[in-house]
Design a protein. Structure first.
Length: 33
Protein backbone atom coordinates (compact mmCIF):
# COMPACT_ATOMS: atom_id res chain seq x y z
CA UNK A 1 0.00 0.00 0.00
CA UNK A 2 2.84 2.40 0.85
CA UNK A 3 4.19 2.29 -2.70
CA UNK A 4 0.74 3.04 -4.11
CA UNK A 5 0.33 5.97 -1.74
CA UNK A 6 3.80 7.29 -2.56
CA UNK A 7 3.07 7.04 -6.29
CA UNK A 8 -0.31 8.76 -5.98
CA UNK A 9 1.16 11.58 -3.90
CA UNK A 10 4.03 11.95 -6.38
CA UNK A 11 1.53 12.33 -9.22
CA UNK A 12 -0.14 15.09 -7.19
CA UNK A 13 3.20 16.77 -6.59
CA UNK A 14 3.22 15.87 -2.90
CA UNK A 15 5.69 14.08 -0.65
CA UNK A 16 4.64 11.94 2.34
CA UNK A 17 7.58 13.13 4.44
CA UNK A 18 6.57 16.76 3.93
CA UNK A 19 2.96 15.98 4.85
CA UNK A 20 4.06 14.12 8.00
CA UNK A 21 5.83 17.28 9.21
CA UNK A 22 2.45 19.06 9.33
CA UNK A 23 0.66 16.33 11.30
CA UNK A 24 2.03 16.05 14.83
CA UNK A 25 -0.60 13.54 16.02
CA UNK A 26 -1.97 11.46 13.17
CA UNK A 27 -4.64 9.95 15.45
CA UNK A 28 -6.07 13.35 16.37
CA UNK A 29 -9.50 13.97 14.86
CA UNK A 30 -10.43 10.41 13.93
CA UNK A 31 -12.02 9.46 17.23
CA UNK A 32 -8.95 7.52 18.26
CA UNK A 33 -9.75 4.62 15.97
Amino acid sequence: IQNDVDEALYELGLNIEELEEFEMDAALGNGGL
